[in-house]
Write a protein that binds this ligand. Structure first.
Ligand SMILES: [Zn+2]
Ligand SMILES: [Zn+2]
Length: 316
């Protein structure tokens, strides 16, 4: 059974019709906007220890972050239809078998930018949380963007081909040929310290976007704490799959953990997210594939847009 996917697409559609994001004029805060790019089906029992044996929709949203001086940044690029071609033939067809995908040309983030008044050329940079295919399938749609990624993630990924890549959830054909030339590799995390999660990398040097290591799930994975207009947002990538995971301290089951880069570090990251959430209850934590978090944030965005439009209408 699918959980939430119909409800989410309704929210998403309503939201896109309302949304016309513009850069914030507050130089300490970012405009933030989540865009859903499609979903795959997975068993809840594989995503969280003690989860039910039912299929749930794993959405792959990305975040658009607008900075008044540095323009637009994407956090991940989600699904794009090219993943279906890239995952043909041995061994990558196994990826399609393992994660049945529901996506389409209109769901790619590049295709949704127009409705938001933006083009792919408006995207100055893409932060790559990690190289799993569901986070990077849209990379080739941004030929001018700079890439921000951890050195550990790139060093591990760039060496892998064929089965060795697939075992890490990587489909090399999705990575632009000039990725290295356009990439800034982050290996120093000596910026502002977050409770439990530790030191960060201050992307713009003004505290508005802090990159934070979330090790364990994939080599060199990073999240991003955005100081957003509606409050702080922790884009937690696959630091955990479901919000219940960090809230209830329930990692994926041991068998699934075996395919993680470092199962012990994965469990430690979930504990840190738990502690961070207690220390900073004001921060909205968004694990990429958590439908509960995505629905909540899309509803918040829609409510804020409606309030803004109401204020504009009554001022006219
Ligand atoms: Zn992943
Ligand atoms: Zn993922």
């Amino acid at each position: 059974m699918l959980a939430n996917s119909g409800q989410l697409s309704a929210i998403s559609h309503q939201h896109s019709a309302l949304a016309t994001p513009s850069l914030t004029t507050d130089d300490r805060r970012l405009t933030t906007h989540l865009v859903d790019t499609g979903y795959c089906l997975a068993s809840e029992s594989a995503m969280i220890r003690g989860g039910r044996r039912r299929r749930i929709a794993c959405h792959a949203p990305v975040a658009l972050l607008g900075h008044p001086a540095h323009g637009w940044t994407l956090f991940d690029t989600g699904y794009a239809p090219r993943i279906l071609d890239a995952a043909r033939g041995w061994p990558f067809a196994l990826y399609r078998l393992m994660t049945p995908m529901r996506l389409g040309p209109r769901l790619a983030v590049a295709a949704q930018l127009g409705a938001l008044g933006l083009t792919v050329d408006d995207i100055a940079r893409v932060v790559v949380s990690h190289f799993h295919a569901d986070h990077i399938a849209g990379l080739r749609d941004f030929p001018r963007a700079q890439f921000i990624v951890s050195r550990a993630a790139w060093d591990d990924t760039s060496r892998r081909r064929g089965v060795r890549a697939l075992l890490r959830g990587v489909i090399p054909a999705l990575i632009p040929d000039d990725f290295a030339a356009r990439a800034t590799l982050i290996d120093r995390f000596d910026g502002p310290v977050l409770p439990a999660l530790g030191p960060t990398h201050d992307l713009f040097g003004d505290g508005s976007a802090l990159l934070v290591p979330l090790p364990g799930h994939a080599r060199g994975q990073i999240g991003l704490l955005a100081r957003g207009e509606r409050g702080d947002l922790l884009l937690a990538a696959d630091g955990c799959w479901l919000s219940r995971s960090y809230r209830e301290r329930r990692p994926p089951p041991p068998l699934i953990n075996l395919i993680a880069d470092d199962p012990r570090a994965l469990r430690a990251t979930i504990e840190k997210l738990h502690d961070f959430a207690r220390a900073r209850p004001d921060v909205a934590i968004v694990p990429t594939h958590c439908a509960e978090a995505l629905g909540r944030e899309l509803r918040r965005e829609s409510a804020a847009l409606r309030a803004m439009q109401g204020a504009t209408a009554s001022a006219q």
